[in-house]
Ligand binder design. Structure first.
Ligand code: GTP
Ligand code: SPV
Ligand code: MN
Length: 606
C-alpha cells in the first residue's frame, strides 16, 4: 500500500519515511494527516459517537460535550508498565523501570506488527507550547485512536500550524501509540470494534538517547496522550538536562497584590494533590487576584535578564473530576459548561454528568462509569476516582491574558508540596536554593488514584517527578543544583507547603482551596522583603501574626498544630531521607548529604 500517498505537500523526507515505516509495521487500512480544523473535530466526534466510544451529552445542558467510559482495566497511568530504555541501566536510575533498548525494540516490533490492521493511522503534528519563542518544541504522534486525536486537539496545539513549523525545520520528537486491538487478524478475519479498545498487555516506553516514545495497549490519559507525560516530562526532562533548562510537573499562576504588583508562582505537587485547584485559586483575601497559566506542566528557561521564565507547554486541562464543585473549584466547574470531554464520570438521567463531591446530595439515579445503574444506596462510587475532564485552557475564566506568551513569565516563587497528614507544616521557606533542592528531593506524599497502587500509602515523590523523570533522579537533583548556580540571586525562592495536615482525630487542620492564598500571600511578602521569618527545623516559618488569618474560623491550637515541628518525628524524617538517598550511591550530589547534615544540626538544636 502507498502509505505516503495521503501526505500533504512539502513534508520533510525524514517525517515521511518514519510515517511510512511505522505504517508498514502496523499495517493500518489508511493514513490520515490531522489538520486540527473544526470540520476535522466534528468528523472525529461523529466517528467516536457511531463507534460507541462517545456518548453525546444533552446539548441544552452541556453543548459540544461527550462522555467516554474506559474499560475498568484502563483507568490511570500504569507506572509498572512505564519504561526508560536508556543504553545503561544506571542512567535510568533506581526509581525508574529500565529495559535494555535493543531487547525492548525487538519486543515492541513484535507487538506493533499488524497492531493497526483494520484501523486508520492518524498523524498528529503538535506543538508543546505556544508557537514562537525558544522554549516551545514540536512533536508528531502516530495513533490508531480517534479518542487520542480529539484529546490531543485540546491538550496541544495540534494540526496545520505545527506541521508548518516542522516543514520549516523545527525539531520534533517522534511518538507512536496503538491501543493494541487490531480489527483484522493475520489470516484476514475481521472482528467488530469495542467502545474502548485496549490490550491487557501494556508498554509505555521512552528511549532517552534517541528521544523516542512508543506506547502500546492503553487508551487512557498519560499513557496515550503522548505529548503530556511522555514528551513534556520524561523526554523533555532529558532534553532539559542536556540543554540547561527545566521540565517540571508544576502548575503556573500569576498573582496580583492589592498594590498591583505582579508575581508568578510555580508549584510541584504529586498527581491528584491539588495543582488544578491551586492554578484556579479564588483568593479569599480582599484585593488579591490569581490568574491561571498552567495546571500540570512547566517548561522553564533562563531569560535574557537572567531570571527564570516559565511556559505552559499544554493548551488544555486533563483534570481530576471528582470533588470539583462550586465550593472547591468553581472556575474549573464553569469551564466544563461546554465543549468538554468527560472520561469515567457518571451520566444523569437528563444526559448530563455527575461525580462524587459535585453536589452535596447525589441524584436519585445515575448510570455509573461502568455503564451500570447506580443509586445513592450503591456501595461503589458513581464516577471513577481518577475520572477526568479534557477542556481547552482558555475556557477557564481565570486564564491569564498572557498565558500564550512564547517568552513565558518570570518565576518569583516555587512551591513543593504533597499529601502529608503529619510533620510537614503549612508553609516553610527554604534557607537557600540548595535547601530548596533538598526539600524537593525529599517530598513524600500519600498516594492517590492517579496511578495504579495502594491509595493512601506514603511514598517518596521527589519534585512530584517520581513517575516522570526520564533519567537518573540523582542526576536530576545535580541538574537542579547547577541551574540554581547559574540563576544566582535571580533564582526564584523555594517554599514547602502542606494543605493536608490532619488532627489526631483525622480531620483536615487547614480549610485549603481558596484559603491557600494566605500562606501564598506570606511567601510573596517574603519575596518582597516585607516580613521577617523565624528559623525552624524544616525551614523559615512565619512570625506570629504575619500569616493573615483574618476572617478565618480557626483556633490558636489548630494554627499551632499546623506548624508543629516535633524533633523526634523529624529525626525519623532525616533517617528515612538518608535511607532513601542511599540507593543512589555515588550519584547522590554531595550537596544533598550536606543539607541532610544541616537538617540534623537544626533538629539537635531544637
Ligand atoms: P494531576 O492532574 O493528577 O497531576 O493532579 P493535580 O495536582 O492537578 O490534582 P487536582 O488539583 O485535580 O487534585 C484534586 C484533589 O486534591 C481533590 O481530591 C481535591 O479535593 C484535593 N485538593 C485540592 N486542593 C486541596 C486543598 O487545599 N485541601 C484539601 N484538603 N484537598 C485539596
Ligand atoms: C497525572 O497523573 O499526573 C496526570 C494525569 O496529570 S495523566 O495525564 O493521566 O498522567
Ligand atoms: Mn499531572
Amino acid at each position: 500500500m502507498d502509505y505516503a500517498g495521503t501526505a500533504p505537500a512539502g513534508i520533510p523526507q525524514k517525517l515521511l519515511d518514519w510515517v511510512t515505516e511505522v505504517a508498514e509495521l502496523t499495517q493500518p487500512d489508511s493514513v490520515y494527516w490531522c489538520d486540527g480544523s473544526i470540520e476535522e473535530r466534528d468528523r472525529m466526534n461523529e466517528l467516536l459517537v457511531s463507534g460507541g466510544t462517545f456518548i453525546p451529552l444533552n446539548p441544552a445542558k452541556r453543548p459540544g460535550s461527550f462522555l467516554a467510559r474506559s474499560t475498568p482495566s484502563d483507568v490511570a497511568r500504569v507506572e509498572s508498565r512505564t519504561y526508560i530504555c536508556s543504553a545503561l541501566e544506571e542512567d535510568a536510575g533506581p526509581t525508574n523501570n529500565w529495559a535494555e533498548p535493543v531487547e525492548m525494540r525487538a519486543r515492541l516490533n513484535g507487538l506493533f506488527k499488524g497492531a493497526m490492521r483494520g484501523r486508520t493511522l492518524f498523524v498528529i503534528p503538535f506543538s508543546m507550547g505556544p508557537f514562537g519563542g525558544n522554549i516551545s518544541k514540536a512533536g508528531v504522534e502516530l495513533t490508531d485512536s480517534p479518542y487520542v486525536v480529539i484529546n490531543m486537539r485540546i491538550m496541544t496545539r495540534m494540526g496545520a500550524q505545527a506541521l508548518d513549523a516542522i516543514k520549516a525545520g523545527a525539531y520534533w520528537v517522534p511518538a507512536v501509540h496503538t491501543v493494541g486491538y487490531p480489527l483484522i487478524d493475520e489470516a484476514g478475519n475481521r472482528r467488530p470494534d469495542v467502545s474502548w479498545p485496549c490490550n491487557d498487555e501494556k508498554y509505555i516506553c521512552h528511549f532517552p538517547e534517541t528521544r523516542e516514545i512508543w506506547s502500546f495497549g492503553s487508551g487512557y490519559g498519560g499513557n496515550a496522550l503522548l505529548g503530556k507525560k511522555c514528551y513534556a516530562l520524561r523526554i523533555a526532562s532529558v532534553l532539559a538536562h542536556d540543554e540547561g533548562w527545566l521540565a517540571e510537573h508544576m502548575l503556573i499562576l500569576k498573582l496580583t497584590d492589592p498594590k498591583g504588583q505582579v508575581f508568578h508562582l510555580t508549584a510541584a505537587f504529586p498527581s491528584a494533590c491539588g495543582k488544578t485547584n491551586l492554578a484556579m485559586l479564588r483568593p479569599t483575601i480582599p484585593g488579591w487576584k490569581v490568574e491561571t497559566i498552567g495546571d500540570d506542566i512547566a517548561w522553564m528557561r533562563q531569560g535574557p535578564d537572567g531570571r527564570l521564565y516559565a511556559i505552559n507547554p499544554e493548551s488544555g486541562f486533563f483534570g481530576v473530576a471528582p470533588y470539583t464543585s462550586e465550593k472547591t473549584n468553581p472556575t474549573a466547574l464553569h469551564a466544563l459548561d461546554h465543549d468538554t470531554i468527560f472520561t469515567n464520570v457518571a451520566l444523569t438521567d437528563d444526559g448530563d454528568v455527575w461525580w462524587e463531591g459535585m453536589t452535596d446530595t447525589p441524584p436519585d439515579h445515575l448510570i455509573d462509569w461502568k455503564g451500570q445503574d447506580w443509586t445513592p444506596a450503591s456501595e461503589t462510587t458513581a464516577a471513577h476516582p481518577n475520572a477526568r475532564f479534557t477542556v481547552r485552557a482558555d475556557q477557564a475564566e481565570s486564564i491569564a491574558p498572557n498565558w500564550e506568551d512564547p517568552a513565558g513569565v518570570p518565576v518569583d516563587v516555587m512551591l513543593f508540596g504533597g499529601r502529608r497528614s503529619t510533620n510537614v507544616p503549612l508553609i516553610a521557606e527554604s534557607y537557600d536554593w540548595e535547601h530548596g533542592v533538598f526539600i524537593g528531593a525529599t517530598v513524600s506524599s500519600e498516594q492517590t488514584a492517579a496511578a495504579e497502587g495502594a491509595v493512601g500509602a506514603l511514598r517518596r515523590d521527589p519534585f512530584a517527578m517520581l513517575p516522570f523523570c526520564g533519567y537518573n533522579m540523582a542526576d536530576y537533583w545535580s541538574h537542579w543544583l547547577k541551574v540554581g548556580e547559574k540563576l544566582g540571586d535571580k533564582a526564584p525562592r523555594i517554599f514547602q507547603v502542606n494543605w493536608f495536615r490532619k488532627s489526631a482525630d483525622g480531620k483536615w487542620l487547614w480549610p485549603g482551596f481558596g484559603e491557600n492564598c494566605r500562606p501564598i500571600e506570606w511567601a510573596v511578602r517574603r519575596v518582597a522583603g516585607e516580613v521577617d521569618a523565624i528559623d525552624g527545623i524544616s525551614g523559615r516559618l512565619p512570625c506570629p501574626g504575619d500569616l493573615n488569618i483574618d476572617g478565618l474560623d480557626i483556633t490558636n491550637a489548630e494554627m499551632d498544630a499546623l506548624f508543629e515541628l516535633d524533633p523526634v518525628a523529624w529525626a525519623r524524617e532525616a533517617d528515612l531521607a538518608e535511607e532513601y538517598f542511599e540507593q543512589f550511591g555515588d550519584r547522590e550530589p554531595d550537596e544533598l548529604r550536606h543539607q541532610l547534615a544541616l537538617l540534623r544540626e537544626r533538629i539537635a538544636a531544637a
